[in-house]
Ligand binder design. Structure first.
Ligand code: NDP
Length: 233
């Protein structure tokens, strides 16, 4: 029987690329979406800021496909602004989506994984959570929080056959980065040792590795997928 994967925010960007890669690897894939339904895959509407919405979405997936074997907590937003002009709402909204949203979905699927003594959880953090990012105090805090969450869970769930890992993408071509102002992106490639922007598919390959059979002995890892950006040259 195929393993079942749930990807949050799988209707576009990195989430959609991950869903496609996991499907290619033979998993049955469900994705959550908030605005537009996914072009392919079984989609469930879900706002990760709302516990009831998360409960309903996961229940729908379990009903249609069975228990979730692989969770990819990918849904995320940015609300960039210099720290002193960043409102409390802009800070908490980002933390509520990126960190608390991942917490809510993980909490909803993990009990089942514990009972079944197997599971793979991959959290999509960011290089910003590892090295910091000016104008992204809210975002970097939320993404650093994911590392603490994942590594704590890796310890707590290790006896139950569940692995918990983090990918930390750098500068990846999606709607999120296409919204960045020209003056920010103009010099980006000079800061990336590999000299170019990454693709959603390149992140998806790494997520799929962590979700796959070959990564059975990998837990609590934080894997940058950033062309070397976090090396800080
Ligand atoms: P996109 O903006 O292209 O996609 C974001 C996804 O998150 C969408 O599917 C969106 O759903 C979903 N989402 C946002 N808010 C919520 C919410 N409240 N509830 C449910 N779903 C939500 O971004 P990317 O694909 O670029 O980013 C995906 C992940 O990768 C994010 O966590 C991001 O922080 C991380 N990342 C991205 C990098 C990049 O350079 N692109 C770099 C480092 C990390 P909808 O379409 O319905 O709004």
């Amino acid at each position: 029987m195929s393993r079942v994967a749930l990807v949050t925010g799988g209707n576009r960007g990195i989430g959609l690329a991950v869903a496609r890669q996991l499907a290619k690897d033979g998993l049955e894939v469900a994705v959550t979406y908030r605005s537009d339904p996914p072009p392919e895959f079984f989609g469930v509407r879900c706002d990760v800021r709302d516990t009831e919405s998360v409960d309903r979405a996961v229940a729908e997936v379990q009903e249609r496909l069975g228990p979730v074997d692989v969770l990819v907590a990918n849904a995320g937003i940015t609300r960039d602004r210099p720290f002193l002009t960043m409102s409390e709402e802009e800070f908490t909204d980002v933390v509520d989506t990126n960190l608390m949203g991942s917490y809510r979905v993980t909490r909803r699927v993990v009990r089942d994984m514990m009972r079944r003594r197997s599971g793979r959880i991959v959290m999509v953090s960011s290089v910003a959570g590892l090295v910091g990012s000016a104008g992204q105090a809210n975002y970097a805090s939320s993404k650093a929080g994911l590392v603490g969450l994942a590594r704590s869970l890796a310890l707590e769930l290790s006896g139950r056959g569940i692995t918990v890992n983090v990918v930390a993408p750098g500068w990846i071509a999606t709607d999120m980065t296409s919204a960045l102002p020209e003056k920010v992106t103009a010099t980006m490639h000079t800061q990336v040792p590999l000299g170019r922007q990454g693709t959603a598919e390149e992140v998806a390959e790494v997520v799929a590795f962590l979700a796959g059979e070959g990564a059975g002995y990998v837990t609590g890892a934080v894997l940058p997928v950033d062309g070397g950006l976090s090396l800080g040259r």
